[in-house]
Structures are given as structure tokens and as C-alpha cells.
Design a protein around this ligand. Structure first.
Ligand code: RBF
Length: 152
């Protein structure tokens, strides 16, 4: 099942493409579900060069992405921000999204929006679960499609 409102192109990956994955340790069970699906779908599509870096929380996704971006063609940052009792949720989700976009523009390299921002854990699990919305697979497909477009 997927809620995506479009079909991804089938892309033949160039084995020279190098993809950096930045994983947040906060909500690690959900982030790991996303990461395994990302890696699985990249590998099935022929990607061989994957570099993974772990960071403490979603706030540090930008620092992790900055470390990898010069040696990678594309970055997939993976984090899960769940609304709590304070305004931390809004602060993190908005500033990290903005920071990742700035990084993408400054480096002229694609950065996938792999940050889930949800009201509760159940919503995040539904999005990460490969038998439900499987956003990890979608992140991998988006990565391949945008790399194919840029290399066309
Ligand atoms: N990091 C996440 O990846 N997801 C969260 O839901 C999350 N919630 C946080 C809530 C609070 C109150 C704090 C202080 C931190 C939270 N973090 C979360 C960690 C944050 O991204 C970062 O790692 C730390 O603030 C250290 O810079």
C-alpha cells in the first residue's frame, strides 16, 4: 500500500553514483526501518556506493549531511520528529527542513527530504513500515529519479 499520488520512473542506476545516508539515533527503531528499505531499494537498483553516517538526533542531520556531501552525488537524511509537549517539534522540523534545503542549493546536489514529522509514534511507524506506507522505498526511488534527471 502506498499513498504516493504518482508512479516513480524505473531508473537504471549508474554504478558510479555515490549516495550518502545520514541516520538519526533518536527514534532509532523507526529510522532503522526507513534506512533498511532505502538501502535495499538502492542496492536492488544497482547502487553499490553507499556511505552511512550516524548522528545523535534530527537536529544534527545537517551536520552529518555537510560531512558527506562533498564526496557524494546525493544525500538521504533520515530522521523522525514526533510532536511532544514542548515547541521542540516545530523548531526542529522547520529549521532542519530549511537547513537541508539550503545545503542542497549551496552545494548544487540533491538532498532528499527524509525527515518524518508526525503527531505520534503510530503515524511514524505507519510511514516507515515496509508493509504500510514504506516511505524508505519512496526516498530511494526519489533519489534515483532525481539523479537520472540530473545526469540526463
Ligand atoms: N530528535 C529527533 O530526531 N526526534 C525528536 O522527536 C526529538 N525530540 C526532541 C525533544 C527534545 C525536548 C529535545 C531536547 C531533543 C529532541 N531531539 C529529537 C534531539 C535533537 O534532534 C538533538 O539531537 C538534540 O537537541 C541535541 O542537539
Amino acid at each position: 500500500m502506498s499513498d504516493s499520488s504518482f508512479n516513480f520512473q524505473t531508473v537504471t542506476a549508474d554504478p558510479a553514483w555515490k549516495i550518502g545516508i545520514v541516520k538519526s539515533k533518536w527514534n532509532h527503531e523507526i529510522v532503522n526501518m526507513l534506512a533498511s528499505e532505502v538501502v535495499k531499494h538502492l542496492e536492488v537498483s544497482g547502487i553499490k556506493l553507499i556511505e552511512i553516517c550516524e548522528v545523535p538526533g534530527s537536529w544534527e542531520l545537517i551536520a552529518g549531511a555537510q560531512k558527506l556531501i562533498s564526496k557524494c552525488d546525493l544525500i538521504i537524511p533520515l530522521g523522525v520528529v514526533i510532536r511532544g509537549e514542548t515547541t521542540h517539534y516545530e523548531l526542529i522540523s522547520e529549521t532542519v527542513t530549511q537547513g537541508l534545503m539550503d545545503l542542497m542549493i549551496k552545494n548544487d546536489k540533491p538532498v532528499i527530504m527524509g525527515l518524518l514529522a508526525t503527531e505520534n509514534e503510530e503515524q511514524a511507524l505507519k510511514r516507515a513500515n515496509p508493509d504500510q506506507l514504506n516511505k524508505g522505498k519512496e526516498f530511494a526511488q526519489s533519489a534515483l529519479e532525481i539523479l537520472a534527471l540530473r545526469n540526463n
